[in-house]
Design a protein around this ligand. Structure first.
Ligand SMILES: NC(=O)c1ccc[n+]([C@@H]2O[C@H](COP(=O)([O-])OP(=O)(O)OC[C@H]3O[C@@H](n4cnc5c(N)ncnc54)[C@H](O)[C@@H]3O)[C@@H](O)[C@H]2O)c1
Length: 341
């Protein structure tokens, strides 16, 4: 049995990670939790049957007294570097919520600490395992749409995801706590999915990122163009500022056909005709994406190899986000090679 501890018992742990731990209870046991807010550590501790003496207010006490195989980190972004490095120095494997950090210097310090400690680091790129994305990737691998050349992804909404009410539900809208807005928080997922659907890494980034409606010091609109190594292009638009009419768009277009995800279903266009695939061919199931990712991470620990979605993947995706902010600031395309990728 693999053992785990959770640091940060907020909303995504209650709504996603805890579900995964419960689904995988034959393979993983949560032995400790940490959160400075008593209600949060009690909520998650009780949900997962963690004995009360292992509910910690200070994560440093958890790390000095407990020896879990890995630590699951789900914290406001400004704490990611400090806590991830402390976990590595305590000799624990780590599964970190995205983003790994809020700057590339910070990400590099984490990767250095992880390498030095010889522990594994996994990153929560869970949209990769949303059932509709899994099915779309299978269809692309079967050649059903030919060679992808255009990925289009939009998530236009009117606000940010609220954090747990007992802590600071609006930390995402505060730059010193989040490090970035709609792009870092939401567009982040669209970026690694664009690379996966295109089957090709991003080479350069051109973007406009701004703040239009919310009274905050982070972005609430990002319009991003990604140029891929294969010559294909991805268009990503995310917002917290759109008051109405905004849509969820997820499309990939190839030389022989197209795929889109709409109304909870995938539609495949081939030979000039569109066909809605059955619901069981993949819907939007956020919770199941965590089960698959946690399962894959636990398998890596059981078998003694690094996870597939690792610290390098985390740095790479963060570099694309940072390139988009930089492109918007200096009004030119930014090559990933400029950022050490
Ligand atoms: N992968 C996804 O689909 C997804 C979805 C939502 C959030 N997230 C990520 O999960 C992370 C957490 O987001 P959230 O929405 O759950 O936030 P949240 O505000 O609901 O939870 C954060 C928790 O951290 C706790 N905390 C604060 N300081 C702490 C400390 N020093 N030690 C331990 N705990 C501390 C808070 O009390 C709170 O319970 C972020 O990185 C976010 O980007 C990922």
């Amino acid at each position: 049995m693999i053992t785990a501890a959770i640091i940060g018992c907020g909303r995504i742990v209650a709504e996603g990670h805890a579900y995964a731990f419960q689904a995988l209870k034959d393979r993983v046991q949560v032995i400790a939790v940490a959160d400075p807010v008593p209600e949060r550590r009690a909520l998650i501790g009780e949900m997962l049957g963690v004995p009360e003496e292992a509910w910690y207010a200070d994560y440093r006490d958890l790390l000095s007294r407990e020896t879990p195989d890995f630590v699951d980190l789900a914290l406001p972004h400004f704490l990611h570097e400090e806590v991830t490095i402390a976990c590595a120095q305590a000799g624990r494997h780590i599964l970190s919520e995205k983003p790994l950090a809020t700057s590339l210097d910070s990400a590099d310090r984490i990767l250095e600490a992880v390498d030095k400690a010889g522990v594994y680091l996994g990153i929560m790129h869970n949209y990769r395992y949303l059932p509709h994305n899994v099915r779309a990737l299978e269809l692309i691998a079967e050649g059903r749409i030919g060679d992808p050349f255009f990925v289009r992804n939009e998530g236009l909404g009117g606000g940010h995801y609220r954090g747990a009410s007992e802590y600071d539900p609006h930390w995402r809208a505060k730059g010193e706590r989040s490090g970035g807005g709609a792009l870092l928080d939401n567009g982040y997922h669209n970026i690694y999915m664009a690379e996966a659907l295109m089957g090709s890494p991003v080479k350069s980034v051109y973007a406009h990122v701004g703040t239009y409606v919310q009274k905050q010091d982070v972005d609430d609109l990002a319009v991003v163009l990604l140029e891929h190594e294969n010559g294909g292009v991805s268009s990503i638009q995310v917002s917290w500022a759109v008051r109405g009419g905004g849509q969820w768009v997820s499309e990939v277009h190839g030389t022989a056909g197209s795929l889109r995800f709409a109304n909870g279903r995938l539609e495949l266009f081939e030979n000039g005709r569109g066909e809605w695939l059955p619901q069981d061919a993949g819907g939007f199931d956020h919770r199941s994406s965590f089960v698959t990712l946690f399962s894959e991470f636990i398998t890596a620990l059981e078998q003694g190899h690094p996870p597939r979605l690792d610290g390098r993947a985390a740095r790479h995706n963060l570099a694309i986000v940072i390139a988009a902010y930089e492109s918007s600031r200096c009004k030119r395309p930014v090559a990933l090679s400029e950022l050490g990728e």
